[in-house]
Design a protein. Structure first.
Length: 213
């Protein structure tokens, strides 16, 4: 009986430590049931959005709207693709907040992709424990707006950027030590540094914390 009460108190204490406005992310369509849940108290879904399809993770073989890892690029030349998609595009709205999925250090920030509106989006590289994440297609003012610079330490759940006019977050993962994103030629082997982000995103959607707008 005493052990049961202590276990109950431990659960209550863990719940009290969860960030305000956070909820455990439920699973969504397109996520593999085999994904291994990550510790919910330490990891977060990377976008704060009101979209109902926020946790739709495009993956093979369906590859919803060609947003999945390995999809052919550019989309406008599917008859003769030039490269593979090295990340997964997550549904979002322009202006949505981007948050660090866990603790890390900002190691890169540079122009990435021009939106249809003409806005140049940026790549933000953050070194996390054991890997590097590219939070791609964010706004140029993301560092200044969040009082960050190259070398800044960020905490899991901290707002680090803003989704650009591309209205999506392009999420890539790389081996530790990577300092820039990779372009992956369509007929070339996958670069050794490139890691498929799909399992990590599936885990975050299952067991991470989702911050609400």
């Amino acid at each position: 009986m005493i052990k049961a009460r202590l276990a109950g108190l431990a659960l209550l204490a863990a719940a009290a430590c969860a960030p305000a406005g956070a909820e455990t992310a439920p699973s969504g369509s397109g996520m593999a049931a085999a994904a291994q849940p990550a510790p919910a108290s330490h990891v977060y879904w990377p976008v704060v959005t009101a979209r109902t399809d926020w946790n739709t993770i495009s993956s093979q073989p369906d590859c919803v709207r060609l947003r999945c890892f390995e999809a052919p690029r550019p989309v406008s030349r599917l008859d003769n693709p030039q490269r593979h998609h090295a990340g997964v595009d997550l549904f979002a709205n322009a202006g949505d907040a981007v948050i660090a999925v866990e603790d890390g250090t900002v190691i890169g920030f540079y122009p990435f992709l021009r939106a249809a509106t003409g806005e140049m989006s940026y790549a933000m590289l953050v070194a996390h424990e054991g890997y590097v994440a590219n939070y791609g297609e964010v706004r140029e003012n993301s560092l200044a707006a969040h009082n960050l610079r190259i070398g800044s330490t960020v905490r899991g759940g901290q707002r680090i950027a803003t989704v650009s006019d591309t209205a999506q977050l392009h999420f890539e993962t790389y081996r530790a030590g990577t300092t820039r994103n990779y372009s992956w030629g369509y007929h070339a082997e996958r670069p050794a540094a490139v890691i498929d982000p799909t399992p990590r995103l599936q885990s975050l959607a299952l067991s991470g914390q989702r911050l609400l707008p």
